[in-house]
Design a protein around this ligand. Structure first.
Ligand code: PMP
Length: 413
């Protein structure tokens, strides 16, 4: 009764047809790091360079007009995917990291001062910590972190305590933890933050690829995500920002395309979104991201979410049967397609190495979330993460390989 057939979808991903490690089928369980790309997305890149390549905006000739149109259409597709009120509120950037740095450097420098507080959480990826450390140090602002409970859920009481200080200017939290799979209650966080007069940025790197996301329903002020984790190319990402905020913000990067007028002394800025897109953008990558969005919407985000929930439920149950396995992260509806685990005292890098020899790609390490690992009391975890092309057979192969790891390391029951 699947709404779509993951096994059939695999055929559309060229890389999933290749063999690794001397002839083993590739079992790809690292989509939280980056997703694989369907043939349609790869084809879109080639088509752009073969048929449409020209710089945008500047040309009055046919190719330049076609490239500009394709770029604008890709922006409109992205805006529809997240239900942004206006495509001009979607800025193309390189990735989530750049989107967050844009807000920190532009909004942050203009709005943060001594004694102001930026609230983050212990679930954050380094890319939603370090940009705030940089700007907070420069502006004399302070950082606070919302703690988690044992299952990896945010302790919202602590957010309330921080907000009660009256000094919180910004709350910046992830929608989905890349290390634990926790889905955070963004709408509730926004409601509380807005009631206290704070602006909210959400790191959507792990949510837009996997869940239906509606920025208006969530009420967020800024929302950042990466194309490469959602079937699109590397090198293209999106910052959604509410129009009034983006219009009031100074530019992040200066240069061509982002100006209205330039004199020797000063410049004025182009309208949105150009104000934040200095220089020649990754047009081909944006266009291919638009094709990835089409692909996701054809399957439908609720169906993708449903498929991943079933896979994760299956994976958690199967891994739980393996003596010595410790699972991290919440169990329930607020859990995405990420399964973090340890096995006895085997170092996660050893687990990943043995799995690799079986053709299975998983991640091992701190997952760019060192404060979270420290909070959990581990140096690292092994992480399997699923996407729309994974099947229960992939999980079965993972479990088989973990049984080999147990044997090799003589893990006691
Ligand atoms: N935030 C989260 C939650 C992530 O999982 C990642 C990627 N691992 C990022 C931010 C950074 O994304 P990118 O490297 O594409 O900028």
């Amino acid at each position: 009764t699947r709404q779509f057939d993951a096994r059939a979808l695999r055929e559309e991903f060229p890389i999933l047809q290749r063999l690794v490690r001397g002839g083993k089928p590739l079992i790809y369980l690292d989509s939280a790091a980056t997703s694989q790309k369907p043939a349609a997305v790869i084809q879109a890149l080639e088509d752009f360079y073969r048929t449409t390549n020209a710089n945008i905006h500047r040309g009055v000739y046919e190719l330049s007009e076609a490239a500009t149109l394709a770029y604008d259409q890709a922006r409109a597709k992205v805006a529809r995917l997240i239900n942004a009120p206006d495509p001009r509120e979607c800025i193309f950037v390189r990735n989530t990291t750049e989107a967050i740095n844009l807000v920190a450097q532009s909004w942050g420098r203009a709005n943060l001062g001594p004694g102001d507080i930026v609230v983050l959480s212990l679930l954050e990826h380094h890319s939603n910590i370090v940009p705030w450390q940089l700007i907070a140090r420069e502006r004399g602002a302070e950082l606070r972190y919302i703690d988690i409970d044992e299952s990896g859920r945010l302790l919202l009481e602590q957010l309330d305590e921080y907000l009660a200080s009256g000094r919180v200017k910004l709350v910046s939290v992830t929608h989905v933890s890349n290390a634990l799979g926790t889905i955070t209650p963004v709408a509730e966080i926004v409601e509380r933050a807005h009631a206290a007069g704070a602006v909210v940025l959400v790191d959507g790197a792990q949510s837009v690829p996997h869940l239906p996301v509606d920025v208006q329903a969530l009420g967020v002020d800024f929302y950042a995500f990466s194309g490469h984790k959602m079937l699109g190319p590397m090198g293209i990402g999106v910052l959604y920002g509410r129009r009034e905020l983006l219009e009031a913000m100074p530019p992040f990067l200066g240069g061509g395309d982002m100006i209205r007028t330039v004199t020797l002394e000063e410049s004025t800025w182009a309208d949105l979104p150009a104000k934040f897109e200095a220089g020649t953008p990754s047009v081909a990558d944006a266009v291919a991201l638009g094709v990835a969005v089409d692909y996701l919407q054809r399957l439908s985000m609720p169906a993708i979410r449903q498929h991943e929930m079933e896979l994760v439920r299956y994976a958690l149950a199967r891994l739980d049967e393996i003596p010595g396995v410790t699972l991290y992260g919440p169990v329930g509806e607020d859990r995405s397609g990420v399964v973090s685990f340890t096995l006895g005292d085997v170092h996660p890098h050893d687990i990943a190495g043995i799995l690799d020899s079986e053709g299975i790609a998983i991640r091992a390490g701190h997952h760019c979330a060192q404060p979270l690992m420290r909070r959990l009391g581990v140096v690292a975890t092994a992480r399997a993460s699923v996407y729309l092309y994974n099947t229960e057979e992939d999980i079965d192969r993972l479990v088989d390989a973990l049984l080999i790891v147990r044997q090799l390391f003589n893990i006691e029951d």
